[in-house]
Every structure is written in C-alpha cells, then in structure tokens.
Ligand binder design. Structure first.
Ligand SMILES: [Fe+2]
Length: 377
C-alpha cells in the first residue's frame, strides 16, 4: 500500500509554545480558529496561546460525538470571522471537528459537504492532542455523525500539517482516562502490525509505538513528564501506523461495546484484543493474509518480542495481566439479546483487515469469551 502520510511537521512541545507562535507568524496568519473542548481553559498552555499577538476565534460548540451540523456551524464561523488557520487543542472529538472544518471550509455551503469532492485547499491545520491514545493528529480520518449514522471522512489533506506533542497537557487527566487512551494506542500498534495492509513502513511505526508504550507505562501512569512525553510519541507512532493499515477485528468488535455499555473506546478495544489474538493464534490455518501462515506466525513472534514476552502465548497472558493490574473490568449485564446486537454490529468488511478469517459464529464465541458469558449464564 502506498504511503499516504504527507509531510507533517512533528513538534515536541514546550509550555512556552514558542514554535507554535513562530509557525503562525511564518504563515502570516490573520486570525486562527481555535477548536477546543471546555477543558482547554484549564490547561497550562491555554494562557500562552490566548496571549499570542494574533487574533483568534474559539469554536467549542460541538458534542463529544460530533455531528455534521456541528461541523457546519464551525465552517460558517471560520468563514464569517475571516480565519485562515485551524488550531485544534483537544482529544479525538476536537480533532475530528477541526479536520472537517478545514476540509469543508472552501466548499459550497449550499450543498451537502459530504457529497462534494474532497480537495487539498491549503488551509493549514495544527493539532495539539490532549490525550495520548488516538494518534488522530497523524491520521487522515475523522469520525462524525450524519443523520444518526457514524461515518468516517477520509482524505489525505486531513492529516494535520503540524502536530505538537506537549506533555504538560496530560498532567490533569484523570487516571482512568489515561489508562484507556494508552490502551487504545497499544491496541492500535498491535492491530496495525498484524493487519493484512501492513507494510515495512507501517510495521516500523507500530514497532516503535509498542516499544514506547512498554517503556513508558509506569512513568506515564505516575504522571512523570518523561512518561507523558513517551506516551504521546507512542500514540503518534501508532496513529501513523493505522493511517496506513487501518485497524482490525478488536476495534471493529469494540464499537458496539462502547455504545451499549458506555465503555470508553480504549477500554472496550483492550477487552477484545487478547481474545481475538488467542483465536488467531490457535487458528492460523484460517490465515487470509496473502503472505501466508509462516508470515503471520513470524508477525506474532515479533509482536511478542516487542511486548517483551517470550512468544505470543506469553504476550497474550501479559496483556491479560496488564488489564487486571489496571483494573479494566468487563461490563456486567450482557444478555442474549445484547449478545446478538453485538454480533450483528460488526462490519464484516472491516474484518477483512484482520489476518485470520472471522465469521459470525466466531464473533459470537469471542464475545461470549470476552464477557465470560457462558460461565455467567
Ligand atoms: Fe482506537
């Protein structure tokens, strides 16, 4: 698969934000649109950004699962205020919104943006992620809801021109949120590596992401600056990896767990991944990666090594032990009806990124396994 990530400047932040200001000055920005959530104002860097000698307009009027209508309001504000630069400071939602505003800003507002041709329009986009997990600051995807349906807007120009990794933004995050986002980064790294779309480049990103997660778990959870910086980098590498490969079965299976049980994304994915990996390990005969079974076996071995385990079996046990240590509980209240909803929710086409064939019956067994359903029932 062709490398799609265009040139992105990655900036390791510092609380004085000098480089950010310099970029705005270099671009002769007249006014920037600051896309952020309400938590922005409590960040250490907020006052510095607000104090830049450049006018700005704030856009925060969007829901956590951003709707198409939210984006339209942002596009109208961007144009009405004469903005020429988009700065996103926030988690996944802020970034999704900022990406879409950038992409839609030069389109015809009288027509549905989603039906118009996506083109690079030259509006610079800078992203400062405030969680270490999605890696969205380096992907060409934005997830929004249109008429109640979740859809992924995908275009090369959605990759922010500048990504700023500023560790101080993680300091005030609740511990549970930090655990969830870290697990998202870890799972994205693992899934990208075994994806049928993986190539040398994506694998090198995934390898770096996983090594950084393993190296920095303790420091990150202890809120040390080095740990926070390491996890932001890990998340960024994992984002670059899935930008090439997309995610696989654990992500596809997790979305409905999140919406049915209100479980954060990273938590839901992490519950799925060890079970999916074990199934794939035991069913390599069902390998659908054209590179074959031996290739898949070598991927599992290398993944285990990157996780610091001796072989994939031990790696899966390590992941399960990690979930226990982090106290990532399985939600209760699954019944037969919900189980069926979960099975039906999985986009079978999306599963084709996974290296081992998964059908509806397998999905059912995997969900039963994740929820310990048979033993419960
Ligand atoms: Fe994810």
């Amino acid at each position: 698969m062709k490398e799609i990530l265009p040139n992105q400047q990655l900036i390791m932040g510092n609380s004085s934000c000098e480089e950010i200001l310099q970029i705005l000055l270099d671009h002769k920005v007249r006014r920037f649109l600051l896309v952020c959530g309400s938590s922005f104002h409590s960040l250490a860097i907020a006052d510095t950004i607000k104090g830049f000698p450049i006018p700005y307009t704030v856009f925060s009027d969007f829901s956590p699962n951003p709707k198409y209508e939210d984006i339209c309001k942002g596009v109208a504000l961007f144009n009405r205020e004469g903005c020429d630069f988009v700065l996103s400071v926030g988690g996944g939602s802020s970034m999704d919104v900022a990406k879409c505003i950038k992409l839609f800003a030069t389109m015809d507002p009288k027509e549905l943006f989603l039906r118009q041709a996506y083109l690079e329009n030259g509006i610079p986009l800078m992203a400062i992620p405030t969680t270490a997990g999605t890696g969205s600051e380096s992907t060409r995807y934005a997830v929004i809801y249109h008429e109640g349906e979740k859809l992924s807007v995908t275009h090369g120009s959605l990759v922010p021109k500048f990504a700023v990794l500023e560790p101080s933004v993680l300091e005030s995050l609740p511990l549970y949120q930090k655990k969830c986002s870290m697990l998202d980064a870890l799972c994205q790294g693992i899934e990208s590596w075994w994806s049928v779309n993986a190539n040398q480049e994506s694998i090198s990103y995934a390898r770096q992401a996983i090594s950084l997660v393993v190296e920095h778990i303790d420091g990150y959870l202890a809120n040390e600056p080095v740990g926070n910086e390491g996890m932001l980098l890990a998340s960024n590498w994992a984002g670059r990896a899935i930008n090439i490969t997309q995610t696989t079965a654990p992500h596809a299976m997790s979305y409905k767990i999140t919406s049915l049980f209100g479980l954060p994304h990273g938590h839901a994915v992490a519950l799925c991944l060890p079970k999916v990996w074990r199934f794939m390990l035991e069913n390599q005969a069902l390998c659908i990666d054209p590179r074959g079974r031996e290739y898949l076996a070598s991927v599992f071995d290398e993944l285990a090594t990157a996780l610091g385990a001796q072989g994939p079996d031990k790696a899966i046990l390590w992941l399960e032990a990690l979930l226990e240590t982090l106290d990532m509980k399985v939600p209760t209240g699954l019944d037969e009806a919900k189980l069926q909803v979960l099975v039906d929710s999985v986009n079978l086409e999306r599963l084709q990124n996974s290296p081992v064939k998964l059908d509806a019956l397998t999905l059912r067994k995997l969900y039963e396994n994740i929820f310990d359903f048979l033993k419960e029932g």
